[in-house]
Design a protein around this ligand. Structure first.
Ligand code: PMP
Length: 365
């Protein structure tokens, strides 16, 4: 039982994002007394059987939930998705190689910047010309690029790939930042050489980053690099080369257990579609609001919306929402207006309450 249940609070934050109550309760227990050991999980050595078992379980769950074939390794790393912006080219891009990147928002722009420090980048597509409100469909890949990097869901702008681009080079592969939509829908992993995702949206707290890497891409050693930057270091030590973020992995494992009970990724995908459909149709039918994102590219995870008429005051609507228990709906400063992040853990009742609040606000104007 959480205090916030006195008035049900819905947290629409883009990340760190809401987590299921069941997971928070398990985290609370584990932080005091882990599995009747009498000590907190935060005090237990990562060399203990408890923690080794926890990592094994979390890894197995990732493999099962995403149907990952045996030729992929699962890593639990630190440094956030932002560190992956550098680790990816450090490890995967040969000295004279080219990497294709599609620019669909601030996170991909940051990934491009880091890759340029290491090797050659070809921007194969960009939606910067329309403030990233769509996913570029016509893309210009180099025929000899090592990989094509995409951001599957753009947290700030609310766009999401519905189908993934085909890689032109037959020896090439996709690399994706899936920080804000991993575990929200099914996809075929075999087209991807590497996927990375910070935990703090669909998995757990910040502090751990999931990396899924095809095993032929481990240990390429194209260049000298810091030990911690080399995927091989972490593969060889089962993500325990140094002290790992055990508590964060525990919370991820609990979230994945919760997800299994909902029918896994295909189960949550149906729920996510329904939630997103409900909210977008309200935005479409309510004259007060407008969604700036191209219809076919709208994200099921982050829903930005603005007032149709600039004369209305954003803060007044945000305060109205806050008073009704709906928190963190302010849009990112580069888009303005509002953004409802409706990741896996946001219940449908949260969407219903938001829709009701939008209608009440319209009626009172
Ligand atoms: N990529 C995406 C799509 C994100 O949404 C974020 C964070 N919001 C990042 C990367 C950066 O993640 P981190 O803070 O874990 O470095």
């Amino acid at each position: 039982m959480k205090n916030r249940d006195i008035m049900k609070i819905y947290n629409f934050s883009a990340g760190p994002a809401c987590l299921p109550d069941k997971v928070l309760n398990a985290a609370s227990k584990a932080s005091i007394n882990y599995k009747h050991t009498g000590i907190s999980l935060m005090e237990i050595s990562h060399r203990s059987s408890h923690v080794i078992e926890l990592f094994d379980n979390a890894t197995k769950r990732v493999k099962n939930l995403l149907s990952i074939p045996s030729n992929y390794k699962i890593l639990w790393l630190q440094g956030g998705a932002s560190t992956q912006f550098s680790m990816v080219p450090f490890n995967l891009l040969p000295d004279k190689g080219i990497a294709d990147y599609i620019e669909t928002g601030s996170w991909s722009t940051k990934a491009i910047k880091e890759c340029k420090l290491i090797g050659k980048v070809n921007i194969s597509g960009s939606s910067v010309n329309q403030n990233f409100n769509y996913i570029p469909k016509e893309i210009n890949q180099s025929t000899d690029s090592t990989y094509l990097h995409i951001t599957s869901n753009n947290t700030i702008y609310g766009t999401q790939y519905k189908t993934f681009p085909k890689v032109l080079n037959e020896n090439g592969y996709l690399v994706s930042d899936m920080s804000s939509d991993i575990f929200s829908r099914s996809f075929d992993i075999s087209k991807f050489g590497l996927i990375y995702a910070g935990a703090q949206k669909n998995m757990g707290p910040a502090g751990v980053t999931l990396v899924i890497i095809r095993d032929d891409l481990v240990g390429l050693n194209y260049r000298e690099m810091p030990t911690m930057f080399n995927y091989e270091t972490h593969v060889n030590k089962d993500s325990m080369f140094n002290t790992p973020p055990v508590f964060s992995v525990f919370v991820v494992n609990e979230t994945l257990k919760w997800l299994e009970k909902l029918g896994g990724v295909s189960g949550i995908e149906t729920i996510n579609r329904k939630k997103a459909d409900k909210l977008y149709s309200e935005i479409e039918s309510n004259d007060l609001f407008h969604c700036p994102v191209k219809k076919e590219d709208r994200s099921d995870m982050n829903v930005p919306f603005i007032f149709s008429d600039k004369k209305h005051d954003d803060n007044s609507f945000l305060e109205f929402c806050e008073g009704r228990g709906l928190k963190t709906l302010k849009g990112h400063r580069s888009v303005g207006g509002f953004r409802a992040s409706i990741y896996n853990a946001m219940p449908e009742t949260g969407i219903d309450k938001l829709i009701e609040t939008m209608r009440l606000y319209s009626n009172k104007l």
